[in-house]
Design a binder for this molecule. Structure first.
Ligand code: TNX
Length: 497
């Protein structure tokens, strides 16, 4: 049995085991997508419908039964993602307050069966029996995710679907897509077709680039939703915007398009509100984005504008906030946006571990903002594993390498001095792709560090320990390899091959 990652709140092994072969999955209609995921992954049959869910005995085949009910999870847990999984020799009963909770419990079941990743396992008739176990579980944080930069290097739907598969298999539920930057614009915008016609081409270091059509994006959002993952799209501004000023010259002060840029520098580009073309541009692109985003959040970027005064920057963030809110969406932005006066409910994403003064983030939290933890020295997965690692970043030599233990051994609640623990909304790893060319390199940078981040985000701090984690992680690499995913065999873990 491979070990459970992230570690659940409570796991009790009981006597016996449940043979999966021949079992059927039974679920209420709202959880049909969860039943489908279990059945497809294990090679079982689904018997859907509330009637089926109600009758649980008799001569029918053994069941994996999904039940919606409030009495689920560890004592006192209120998270909508809490669940209780009971595997006995007679069958499996999974109870959760929401379909999403059922999905997360299903991932635990699939991990117990050794097949959490598509392609990693064997068909059900060869699957080992699942050991009888009771799991009562709920996440520490509701925001658990990965930010993926498809602007510096473009990754298309097949790679993005594999990223979603990995996220889902470790109970990570946010895929934040960094869709635009100086080097490229990667989502087709019906209101501004030149963004992708001109700036969808090319990428860092001179590759072909590419972009997602509206349909490809919508299909990805659907694929993710069927795996419990919500897509949070980012359009980065007022800096990191050269792809837009290259496609639409009207966005520059003199009306002349900027040159294409495919280098790794940051901070040089901007759009400003004194240009009358800017605000209509914001309204158009965020309207296009909201139309293809069923989730409640949109990310406005806001990082690293080195060529703009503080006052002008703050006004820009406030206008962008208003534009996104007018589309019925809530805002996420990088930590710099905390300089503005942000309404309660805004999420601010901490990243810059070189910055000593974080008082603006604390002040934003006092006014009701939540904080997502993405400290670069822990969960920037574009950082090198070792000093001589290629490819990878080290911020011009100013960052130490980040190995799997660095990604594991930290407490999101203790990361920003003076920040109240309740202000922490969750944890998001980030992978920037200036120096990451191929799918092989991408997954090598993600695995195993992303999995460490998943446990940081899920498991209460007092239940986490490096020795326990490295032991449980050891069996997982074989599954990644069986699914065709590259990974780094960090010497910090004694991998079972
Ligand atoms: C900083 S993190 C950036 C990105 C770079 C990254 C490289 C952030 C909000 N801005 O533009 O890609 O460092 O590690």
């Amino acid at each position: 049995m491979p070990s459970l990652v992230p570690l659940p709140v409570s796991v009790t092994e009981t006597a016996g085991s449940f043979p999966l072969a021949g079992a059927v999955v039974v679920a209420p209609d709202d959880a049909a997508w969860v039943a489908a995921h279990i059945a497809t992954t294990l090679g079982l049959e689904v018997v859907a419908g509330p009637d089926a869910a109600a009758s649980g005995s008799g001569s029918t085949p053994p069941q994996v039964r999904l039940v919606l009910g409030e009495a689920a999870g560890p004592q006192g847990a209120t998270s909508p993602e809490r669940y209780t999984l009971e595997v006995s020799p007679k069958g499996v009963v999974l109870t959760a307050a929401t379909p999403q909770g059922l999905f997360l419990g299903a991932i635990t079941l699939l991990q117990l069966a050794g097949v959490a990743l598509p392609g990693a396992g064997r068909p059900a008739e060869h699957a080992p029996a699942v050991p009888a176990t009771r799991v009562d579980d709920a996440p520490r944080y509701g925001w658990r995710g990965l930010s993926l930069d498809i602007a510096r290097h473009f990754y298309g739907p097949p790679v993005l679907r594999r990223v979603v598969d990995v996220l889902a298999s470790y109970k990570l539920t946010v895929l934040h897509l960094h869709l635009t930057d100086d080097q490229g614009w990667r989502l087709e915008m019906p209101s501004r077709p030149l963004l992708t016609e001109i700036s969808g081409v090319g990428e860092c270091g001179g590759g072909p680039g590419g972009y997602l059509t509206q349909t490809e994006f919508t299909d990805l959002v659907d694929y993710a939703a069927r795996r419990g993952v919500r897509v949070v799209p980012e359009i980065d501004m007022p800096g990191h915007i050269n792809a837009a000023t290259h496609a639409y010259g009207e966005l520059t002060p003199d009306g002349v398009p900027t040159d294409a840029y495919h280098g790794p520098e940051v901070g040089f580009s901007k759009i400003t509100l004194d240009n009358p073309a800017t605000e209509p541009f914001l309204r158009d692109v965020f309207a296009d984005l909201a139309r293809v985003t069923p989730g409640e959040r949109v990310h406005i970027g806001g990082d690293e504008v080195f060529t703009m005064g503080a006052e002008e920057y703050v006004r820009f963030v406030e206008v962008a906030h208003e534009v996104v809110t007018a589309q019925g969406k809530k805002v996420v932005g990088w930590q710099e946006i905390a300089q503005a006066d942000l309404p309660a409910g805004t999420l601010v994403q901490y990243w810059d571990t070189h910055k000593a003064d974080l008082s603006h983030i604390v002040r934003a939290a006092e006014r009701g903002a939540g904080v997502i933890m993405s400290p670069a020295n822990r969960v920037y997965l574009d950082m090198r594993y070792t000093p001589d690692w290629v490819p990878g970043n080290d911020w011009g030599g100013s960052m130490k390498p980040v190995d799997v233990r660095d990604s594991y051994d930290w407490d999101p609640a203790g990361t920003i001095h003076d920040l109240p623990a309740e202000a922490v909304a969750g944890v998001e790893a980030a992978v920037w792709t200036e120096f990451i060319w191929t799918e092989h390199d991408l997954f090598t940078m993600l695995l195993p560090r992303l999995v460490a981040a998943s446990e940081v985000a899920w498991t209460p701090q007092h239940l986490r320990a490096w020795e326990s984690f490295r032991g449980r992680l050891a069996g997982h690499r074989a599954g990644w390899t069986a699914s065709g995913l590259a990974s780094y065999a960090s010497p910090q873990v004694d991998w079972d091959e």
